[in-house]
Design a protein around this ligand. Sequence first.
Ligand code: C5P
Length: 208
Amino acid sequence: MIIAVDGPTASGKGTIAKALAAHFALPHLDTGLLYRAVGLQAALNHGNPDDPGDACAACEFPDSLLADPELRSEATGSLASRVSVHPEVRRALYERQRAFATQPGGAVLDGRDIGTVIAPEAEVKLFVVASVPARAERRFREMQAAGRSVTLAEIAADLEARDARDRSRAEAPLVAAPDAVLLDTSDLGREAAIAAAIGIVVARRHSG
Ligand code: C5P
């Protein structure tokens, strides 16, 4: 079974995808980490993330970069959103994601275009959303816990900029697949959101 979990930043999709993978004993890939690695590598190369050539060169990042704590920072998230606009970058990362999705036994992948581009045949597609204030508050608490100094207003502004870029890009924009189930986590705690997601997967599996 392939489970595709898409949605904007800090919607809860990562937490939900991880929990679904544990519950259904499936391997999980956070595809945002791949785009973050490209963004961070572009910065390490002193390249311009908005330049397709520089962004493409950064697709040759070492696997060790995937364990770098800097990958989770807001700054790297913004770089990721900028390099992910380039079709060449999306193509370079396609095979790796596709191979993960189609491995025997299935997988859970979370990102922006899993249900639309990477695994359009996924048995279950979830599109996880939440209001900007709810997402900004969550991200703010995560950043505080990680000891990063950033204000709530800065986070909200960054989320909105990233949403706009992800939704408006020409290639693989952030959009729900027509057969995706929408899950709004604005008023749900962690456990309630996970329980709702498990319920959706179970219901879809029985109806398919
Ligand atoms: O999910 P995360 O915040 O880690 O993703 C960082 C950025 O990578 C997103 O803002 C988006 O621009 C890009 N991304 C993407 N397609 C994916 C996953 C992430 O374009 N499947």
